[in-house]
Write a protein of this length. Structure first.
Length: 257
């Protein structure tokens, strides 16, 4: 059976690569004593695939992977065993058994949502210049029909219209300021306004929040510095099976096992 697992990636784990995350879960599944399925052939390996892996320097509360198991315990026992043998910085928060015809997680991804705040360095470097500028910039960019930026890939660089890839963008006050994904690391406890983004994501069309921030900084006449921003993924989405918009990837399966 195929199981979709939802997990967080927080704190200093933003500095580890996707390959490290893969190795972590391969070992953690073995430590937890779960009955995972292996491929056949001369070099058997765990049957596991990850959805929309994040680049370095991002944290998240909604990362996913799919894995095939010969058998699984109950939902609560499954989650408990993975968390008992793992780190709280990579906490498993949910799991669901997928139907046979479900798309794998990477193919199913269509969008991701993010929360962006200034780090302590960002507050020092940008100050009110960012706060005042981003309020106007959000509405300006949403009102534009096209937003041409230079997108770089491993193979080429080209001018791309990113406006159709921006599903929503909002700068608003929040009731729970600070570094919410890592309560022990309150870099900026006075921050009360945050930028929220809902962007296209996946293997075909993918817009990274860094590209939005780079464009905003360029328009404001300030130099984009990655270390001035704390980018946190809030959720990863797929098309709703009932064709009514999008829903979290975990909704593709049955969580009541």
């Amino acid at each position: 059976m195929k199981v979709r697992v939802k997990y967080k990636k927080t704190g200093p784990l933003k500095f580890i690569s996707h390959l490290d995350v893969m190795r972590y879960f391969q070992k953690n599944i073995r430590r937890a004593g779960l009955d995972i399925a292996y491929s056949t052939g001369l070099s058997p390996h765990q049957i596991i695939s990850f959805a929309a892996p994040m680049p370095l320097m991002l944290t998240s509360e909604a990362e996913y992977f799919d894995a095939e198991f010969v058998s699984v315990p109950s939902h609560d026992e499954f989650v408990r065993r993975l968390n008992e043998t793992g780190t709280p910085l990579m906490e498993v928060v949910d799991a669901a058994i997928l139907p046979d015809k479900a798309k794998n997680s990477m193919a199913a991804v269509v969008a991701s949502s993010y929360r962006v705040t200034l780090t302590e360095k960002g507050v020092s470097q940008y100050g009110s210049e960012w706060t005042e500028g981003v309020k106007k910039m959000v509405q300006t960019m949403l009102d534009e029909e096209t937003i041409m930026v230079l997108k770089k890939t491993k193979k080429k660089e080209e001018q791309t219209d990113i406006r159709p890839m921006i599903r929503s963008m909002e700068y608003r006050k929040t009731e729970d300021p600070g570094n919410q994904e890592d309560p022990g690391n309150q870099e900026n406890p006075e921050a009360s306004e945050e930028l929220f983004l809902l962007l296209d994501a996946g293997s075909i069309v993918n817009l990274r929040p860094e590209q939005i921030l780079t464009e905003m900084c360029s328009r404001m006449g300030i130099t984009y510095d990655r270390f001035c921003f704390d980018i946190h993924r809030l959720e990863t989405y797929m098309e709703n099976p009932s064709n009514t918009g999008i829903c979290p990837l975990i909704e593709a399966g049955d969580r009541s096992f």
